[in-house]
Design a protein around this ligand. Structure first.
Ligand SMILES: NC(=O)c1ccc[n+]([C@@H]2O[C@H](COP(=O)([O-])OP(=O)(O)OC[C@H]3O[C@@H](n4cnc5c(N)ncnc54)[C@H](O)[C@@H]3O)[C@@H](O)[C@H]2O)c1
Ligand SMILES: O=C(O)C[C@H](O)C(=O)O
Length: 367
């Protein structure tokens, strides 16, 4: 695999933005494709991925307006080369060779709508895009943002199964924004520095299916039951808070782009063999009786060797052993850990809704 130096980037004036890169001088080439790149999420996400030194090629695809977005982003003097693709005829070129595909394509909510109300339009969009992924980049890690995530991920799984390319380790529902919100709201209430906060969020990505585990939040804070209930509700309603504030002009875009960029960065780090990459994500799961469930997942276990690709000197984990670079995706789906009685109750309450959203997606993909 071709390696490139990012030394010049790391010492450039914008290096503070690029702090997520390795201390190493060389990282492998990685192509990231964003589908829906001209949209409210797609544009800031394209910008953030252009700032990521782990990306060498950035393909921006949408049904319209991508040439302008791509020309604009391409003027930024960071590592990746940017290309824009517009319309279905160009989708294959956008996807070919992609290591990570991020999907924020589809319509957003307006006030009064649930995420499930988007199903009729977005299910078809996601199905079509996943058929193309199966054809042009079957080994890519797929980061699904399009709502309703609780159903679009099962749709993607079914499409990949039909195409014979399904690998549950490579399909992720992006629920990172729930984690970002839980951290922000918890830090505000607990009066602890937000940068130090960690809160797992499990379940799914809609209303009560979003279950933040504040009993496991760190740093520990002495919050009352009423405060925990309020924080939980605010996290579950975080998306609606933005939809209402935007008053018909869409849903979260900037915070979602940030959250999407964090998750894609974790995928790239996992692909590159970085140790201990752990994020929450909605994935195929056996930790409950539901076939898909969001929980902490590890993208690469500490010390594990990867299965595919070329041998390289492992300078970026500061040792000089030989490791195989690979494309494993999910390395381990982590358990829920100890839950409070309130969280146990929330877990039981969310199951019927999540189960029915999963079934709806599976049924749609197979009709
Ligand atoms: N997972 C999450 O946490 C999360 C957070 C926020 C928004 N979302 C979801 O993300 C989606 C996008 O939101 P947005 O605010 O960016 O919407 P938007 O309308 O601003 O942008 C969507 C983009 O998708 C494009 N598009 C439509 N059909 C397409 C197709 N077949 N192929 C490629 N592109 C296509 C549109 O042209 C548009 O540019 C919505 O479904 C929204 O609900 C999810
Ligand atoms: O709320 C929405 O519809 C968008 C997204 O799912 C969010 O959580 O912000």
């Amino acid at each position: 695999m071709m390696l490139r130096s990012i030394k010049s980037l790391a010492t450039s004036p914008s290096s503070h933005i690029l702090r997520r890169g390795y201390a190493s001088e060389a990282v492998p080439d990685r192509k990231v494709a964003v589908l829906g790149a001209a949209g409210g999420i797609g544009q800031p996400l394209a910008l953030l991925m252009k700032l990521n030194p782990l990306v060498s090629s950035l393909a921006l695809y949408d049904i319209a307006n991508t040439p302008g977005v791509a020309a604009d982003v391409s003027h930024i003097n960071t590592r990746s080369e940017v290309s824009g693709y517009s319309g279905e005829a160009e989708l294959g070129k956008a996807l070919e060779g992609a290591d990570v595909v991020i999907i924020p394509a589809g319509v957003p909510r307006k006030p009064g709508m649930t995420r499930d109300d988007l199903f009729n339009i977005n299910a078809g969009i996601v199905k079509g895009l996943c058929q193309a992924i199966a054809k042009y980049c079957p080994h890519a890690l797929v980061n699904m943002i399009s709502n309703p995530v609780n159903s679009t991920v099962p749709i993607a799984a079914e499409v990949f199964k039909k195409a014979g390319t399904y690998d549950p380790k490579r399909l992720f529902g992006v629920t990172t924004l729930d984690v970002v919100r839980a951290k922000t709201f918890y830090a505000g209430k607990a009066k602890v520095p937000v940068a130090e906060v960690n809160v797992p969020v499990v379940g799914g990505h809609a209303g009560i299916t979003i279950l933040p585990l504040f009993s496991q939040a760190t740093p520990k804070a002495n919050l009352s039951d009423a405060e925990i209930t309020a924080l939980t509700k605010r996290t579950q309603d975080g998306g609606t808070e933005v939809v209402e504030a935007k008053a018909g002009k869409g849903s979260a875009t900037l915070s979602m782009a940030y959250a999407g960029a964090i998750f894609a960065d974790a995928c790239l780090k996992g692909l590159n063999g970085a140790p201990d990459v752990v994020e929450c994500s909605y994935v195929q799961s056996t930790i409950t009786e539901l076939p898909f469930f969001a929980s902490k997942i590890s993208l690469m276990k500490k010390g594990s060797l990867l299965c595919e690709g070329s041998l390289m000197l492992c300078t970026f984990i500061r040792c000089s052993t030989l490791v195989r670079l690979g494309k494993n995706g999910v390395e381990e789906v982590l358990g829920l850990g100890p839950l409070s009685d309130y969280e146990k109750e929330g877990l039981e309450k969310l199951k019927p809704e999540l189960q029915s959203s999963i079934e709806k997606g599976i049924k749609f993909a197979n009709q």
